[in-house]
Design a protein around this ligand. Structure first.
Ligand code: GLC
Length: 691
């Protein structure tokens, strides 16, 4: 690829030649609709934008929270570029969270694959479709560690384990950006939401968090460090506060931690209207103070609050904000544009025909299908699955004929053309679809509505609805096997439903190829291999409940008193993190030699299958309390019937390193208890020396 980037000197000369207004304008992100005739914006708090043509011309970026085509996008970029005094193109940014037009399973489902290759494929395919459709930057991956199913945004995360979030998030970054974001099939990536958003109190969106510095260093920051190490281009502060200072204007967090400790050199962009939200907090008295606080704390670009656009130039002219501060922020924006090659190539594709030929191509659909197959988690199977050829099958329930099985953040997907389960199963000649009364087996497709997951969808009652439970009860009384196909964006509380199901396949929101993937699994063409990326509670009162909770003063002991327990509920979840069944069975025989843990994995069943061998650890001694059990490593293994394979893991001290409240490392010493198996409930059986 010919060099389409400015030299460092050219970039600095451009910056030096820009006016204060221009530099402030580069720090503003406005809606793309502001530049499109007759288009309204599905905005959140922003009703009126009142942007002047001069302000639009100076804006450094546009955000598209809507379906948009390459030609229209190219036109906006060219118009702004032409109006901008130095013809600096705007960045086009969009939420390409789990695919762009071809939807992959939601990220929580991608986490359940425990397959970094799948995560990378999703990033790569989303970038290809996004780039050809005019986008430069995606607001992904979301790598918030999540432990509370009341929070609707758990669907956007790889899951509850810092290690799972770190590895899957880094894989998504690699897939999205590749080695050169100026390539025609790549997007710049953005890690979000920095940091601790998953700890929102009571699972309510936009609620405060109360996270200690040790929890930051040991739980919530590691996935972002992994994304920084993978080369992520942008970071988005979260709507929450640390030390009672909102992240978007938290100088310690953005300068000392993100840039200093973690080494991030890219661009920092606020979340939607978040600078303005300082006024709801009472942290800023007006938008001038908003702009001053945010720029002074290290925020670069302001998404949709227009604080910088309306006030920053004045603040600099009045000497309240030093021009060098403005220059530093503006340079981060120019550097990202330069890495994208925008100064010579503002538009990667302006042909709708090209967009249509690329989006939804067979290779992308195949990758989406495989991701959906690998992400579904078989939570129960008393033998009802896979279906027998020639079976008379009833396919009923709220999601049997539902197109909306894509999940949240499906801005460009064509939901209405998404194949439904009935369309997919109806085309399979190996079975006959009949009424429940006539059926040999009943498939009950049920669960959450797509629009009830994602941002602003917190639930105090994360259950199946009363009507869905009533339908299950009625079907159960027919006295024939009931297989639940569960659509969900979070671990619902399934305790009351489970006894009435002979099998339960959690399909999450499986994306554009989901119906065919579910059929392949139900028919036995594919074997389920997903493992729960979040713990499934037995009762909502157990939340937050997760595999890596810190040690208790009095550990739980069954049937004991004055220990860590409930008097009215089990101590344990319904399904533990890492849990997932297969149509076959596996035996795992683990051993340790020094810091090497080996596992002989045998397929002890009659069909080929994949499992995820997980290694959990717990330090026997440390001056800081530590997780009762934490995921240290895993490997997916695919085995033919009867096949045995030995795999090994190196368990090294850095895997168990912790940090104290000052961020100082507390190295792992002494012995580490080790558990090896197919889910986090596996008992400790080995010990490994840390030195
Ligand atoms: C939303 C979300 C963020 C998203 C942004 C742009 O409020 O919090 O994840 O990327 O706005 O749509």
């Amino acid at each position: 690829m010919k060099n389409i980037k400015l030299t460092r000197q050219e970039l600095l000369s451009l910056l030096a030649d820009m006016s204060i207004e221009e530099k402030a304008g580069q720090l503003a992100q406005i809606p793309i609709s502001a530049c499109m005739e007759g288009v309204t914006e599905p905005t959140g708090p922003m009703a009126e934008m009142n942007l002047t043509p001069a302000q639009i011309a100076l804006s450094g970026s546009v955000i598209a929270v809507r379906k948009i085509e390459a030609e229209a996008c190219a036109q906006v970029v060219r118009e702004i570029t032409a109006m901008q005094p130095h013809h600096i193109p705007p960045l086009v940014m969009k939420d390409v969270i789990h695919g762009h037009q071809t939807m992959f399973p939601i990220p929580l489902a991608i986490g359940a694959t425990f397959d970094e290759g799948v995560a990378e494929d999703m990033g790569r395919c989303g970038a290809l479709e996004g780039a050809v459709s005019g986008t430069h930057v995606t607001f992904a991956p979301m790598v918030d560690v999540v432990r509370d199913p009341r929070w609707g945004r758990v669907m956007e995360s790889p899951g509850e384990s810092p290690l799972l979030c770190a590895k899957m998030g880094a894989a998504m970054v690699r897939g999205t950006r590749g080695n050169d974001i100026s390539a025609p099939d790549r997007l710049a990536a953005c890690a979000k939401h920095f940091v601790g958003y998953g700890a929102s109190q009571a699972g309510q969106d936009y609620a405060p968090i109360d996270v200690s510095r040790t929890e930051l260093y040991n739980t919530y920051l590691p996935p972002f460090q992994a994304c920084v190490d993978a080369g992520v281009d942008m970071v988005m502060p979260a709507f929450v506060s640390i030390d009672r200072i909102p992240c978007v204007c938290n100088e310690w967090l953005l300068k000392d931690v993100l840039r200093g400790r973690m080494g991030f050199k890219g661009m920092i962009i606020s979340d939607w209207d978040d600078p303005h939200q300082l006024m709801y907090h009472g942290v800023a008295a007006d938008m001038r103070e908003v702009s001053k606080l945010c720029i002074g704390s290290g925020l670069d670009m302001d998404m949709m609050s227009f604080a910088h656009l309306n006030h920053l130039a004045d603040l600099v002219r009045e000497g309240i904000v030093d021009e060098s501060t403005l220059d530093a922020a503006c340079l981060h924006v120019l550097e990202l544009k330069n890495e994208l090659g925008l100064f010579h190539q503002p538009v990667k594709n302006d042909s709708n025909a090209c967009q249509e030929s690329v989006c939804g191509n067979p290779e992308i659909r195949k990758a989406a299908f495989e991701a959906a197959v690998k992400s579904c988690v078989l939570l129960k199977n008393d033998g009802a699955l896979p279906l027998k050829k020639g079976a008379k099958v009833a396919l009923v329930g709220s999601h049997a004929n539902e197109h909306a099985i894509l999940g949240g953040w499906t801005l460009d997907a064509d939901t209405e053309s998404t194949r439904t389960l009935l369309e997919s199963f109806g085309a399979d000649e190996r079975i006959t679809l009949v009424s429940p009364e006539e059926a040999d087996v009943i498939l009950l497709a049920t669960g959450e509505k797509q629009q009830d997951t994602g941002e602003d969808t917190s639930k105090a009652h994360p259950y199946l609805t009363a009507a869905q439970m009533e339908e299950l009860r009625r079907l159960h009384t027919l006295g024939k096997p009931v297989v639940m196909l569960l659509f969900c964006g979070r671990p619902l509380v399934l305790t009351d439903a489970l006894p009435m199901c002979d099998a339960l396949l959690n399909v999450w929101f499986p994306g554009s190829e989901g119906a065919d993937a579910i059929r392949a699994l139900v028919m036995g063409d594919e074997n389920p291999s997903g493992h729960a990326s979040m713990t499934f509670p037995r009762a909502l009162g157990q939340v937050p409940i997760h595999h890596d909770r810190l040690s208790a003063a009095r550990p739980h002991v069954e049937n004991a008193i004055y220990v860590n327990r409930y008097i009215d509920e089990s101590h344990y979840p319904l399904f533990p993190f890492g849990y997932g069944l297969s149509y076959t069975t596996f035996a795992v025989d683990a051993s340790a030699d020094g810091q090497t843990v080996s596992a002989k994995v045998t397929n002890t069943g009659a069909v080929r299958g994949d499992t995820v061998v997980q290694v959990y650890g717990r330090l026997q001694h440390s001056r800081l309390i530590r997780p009762e059990k934490q995921l240290l490593a895993w490997q997916r293994v695919s085995l033919a019937p009867g096949e045995c394979r030995e795999i090994s893991f190196r368990i090294t001290p850095d895997m168990l390193r912790m940090y104290d409240a000052q961020g100082a490392a507390v190295e792992a010493e002494g012995l580490c208890d080790i558990a090896v198996g197919e889910d986090s409930a596996v008992p400790f059986s080995l010990t490994v020396p840390m030195n």
